[in-house]
Write a protein that binds this ligand. Structure first.
Ligand code: TYD
Ligand code: MG
Length: 465
């Protein structure tokens, strides 16, 4: 029986299949994304059955009769990875690493391979994207050269699992799931069906052998249909490596973790020889801060459970355009528009004939409304050309009526600010009680003298002017 060779066109954006080439994908509407694939479908009988039935012969057991000696974990001694993992890699767990192409997933995973291999744990790194030589070049750059680290360049999950069964490593890496295929599935590499079935085979393998599996998956900004999103429910842990590629700063965000808290995140800086954990994120973010120029303000944001101080920079110039320009980098554009409207209406500071630019220094993304007050004061400061005191910090969410509302986790934020030598604070009246408690518990008796509590935006504006 000879298998029929077929040509198909697959959209690299959404995974849609067509039989003839088109300029535009009929499913997602992207231009020039259809790529030719020649495929020889494998006979159906060769394929393993792929439902995630871990043990077909399982019987119900009494909960009290199940014995458990704590989950067995391997500590990587990479703080920024161990913590989001919940204290190291759980044996037999499946971890999905999502992120845009080029953000640093392969780099971080190779560093993790090194952390494992240097403890005598075997690692099998399978790359469907790069040749052994390419992986070797990257490894040299990262100074990774371990005896226990095996590299395999290939795309067949069947062969990879066979090799892993013989080699019996502690960890199997699949980089990336979009470049893998499994026999018995009549769809091209990278299609949702292939991705799903490859993953379910890997999940089964991990649970049966107790070998941890790391799966890399690319996502586009739009959250590609064929990307790792469809896999989130199948795996134990889901991480997203995020960042702006024009900056070195990266955040490892936990989206799901069956063995730890999703509130934890890891912070890194991409350097010439790999990703380095950031021990003191506030110091890193404020390292280039110049002496207070008008429009510069520092706010304390929470990144997971950690407070990070970041500098907000605002610039306004008289606009020559009919519709003034507004640009927000590192913070939400719509939020900026709302804050400008509130400033105009509630504090009588008009921006309607100004171009407004807002930037968060260092590649950090401000997502919290706790930064509202800081952002508005930065805008007022540059508009009035008055620099804000260097040691000043403002926190508070701003409502449409101009009221300043309390922020969560004020204690950790203030503690970080005090550590970074901030000495004057504008805080929401609604946080007064918590701030008093914070002073008592931290033994900062004179702290209350340095705080101005405000109820309304106009009070804060009056204070800085
Ligand atoms: P990579 O890990 O290949 O990204 P992904 O696997 O997520 O696609 O990272 C690629 C980028 O990282 C590339 O632009 C070069 C940069 N890089 C460094 O800055 N330092 C390094 O040590 C390495 C290995 C890569
Ligand atoms: Mg890669």
């Amino acid at each position: 029986m000879s298998a029929k060779v077929r040509t198909k066109y697959i959209c690299s954006n959404c995974g849609a299949e067509t039989l003839k080439w088109m300029g535009r994908c009929p499913q997602c509407g992207e231009w020039n994304t259809l790529e030719e694939r020649v495929e020889t479908p494998a006979p159906k009988s060769m394929g393993p059955s792929l439902s995630v039935n871990l043990q077909g012969n399982a019987k119900p057991q009494k909960l009290s009769a199940i014995h458990f000696n704590g989950d067995k974990r391997i500590l990587l001694h990479m703080k920024e990875v161990d913590r989001p993992l919940g204290g190291g890699i759980v044996k037999g767990s499946v971890i999905l690493w999502g992120g845009e192409p080029g953000i640093g997933k392969s780099t971080l995973i190779l560093q993790i391979c090194h952390a494992m291999a240097s403890q005598g744990e075997g690692v099998l790194y399978c790359s469907g994207e790069e040749s052994e030589i390419q992986v070797k070049i990257r490894a040299e750059r990262l100074h990774v050269n371990d005896e226990n680290c095996y590299i395999y360049a290939g795309s067949s999950i069947d062969s990879i699992l066979k090799e892993a069964e013989t080699l019996k490593p502690s960890m199997l890496v699949i980089d990336s799931i979009q470049t893998m295929y499994i026999s018995g599935v009549d769809s091209p590499m990278g299609s949702p069906a292939q991705i799903r079935d490859c993953t379910s085979a890997l999940v089964r393998f991990a649970k049966q052998t107790n070998i941890s599996v790391m799966i890399v998956g690319h996502v586009t900004k739009e959250g590609n249909l064929a990307g790792p999103r469809i896999l989130e429910h199948m795996v134990d842990v889901v991480f997203y490596l995020e960042g702006d590629r024009s900056y070195q700063f990266r955040v490892l965000r936990t989206v799901k973790n069956r063995f730890g808290s999703t509130a934890e995140s890891g912070l890194f800086v991409m350097e010439g020889n790999g990703l380095k954990g950031i021990e003191d994120p506030s110091r890193y973010m404020l390292r280039n801060r110049s002496d207070s120029a008008p429009g510069s303000m520092v706010v304390a944001c929470m990144e997971g459970l950690r407070p990070v101080l970041v500098e907000i920079q605002a610039l306004t110039v008289h606009s020559v355009l009919a519709i003034p320009r507004r640009i927000a980098a590192g913070c939400d554009y719509n939020r900026m528009i709302i804050l400008l409207a509130v400033l105009e209406k509630r504090a009588r500071i008009p921006f309607s004939s100004d171009d407004v630019y807002l930037n968060v220094a260092g590649g950090f993304r401000v997502k919290e409304t706790a930064a509202d007050l800081g952002i508005t004061l930065a805008l007022v400061s540059v508009k009035k050309d008055i620099p804000l005191p260097r040691g000043l910090m403002a926190l508070g969410e701003i409502g449409l009526t101009g009221e300043v509302m309390p922020v969560s986790k004020i204690g950790p934020r203030l503690k970080e600010a005090v550590k970074m030598k901030f000495s004057r604070f504008i805080l929401p009246e609604g946080n007064r009680e918590e701030v008093t408690d914070f002073c008592k518990s931290s033994g900062l008796t004179a702290f209350m003298d340095s705080v101005v509590f405000v109820k309304h935006l106009s009070e804060a504006v009056e204070y800085i002017l």
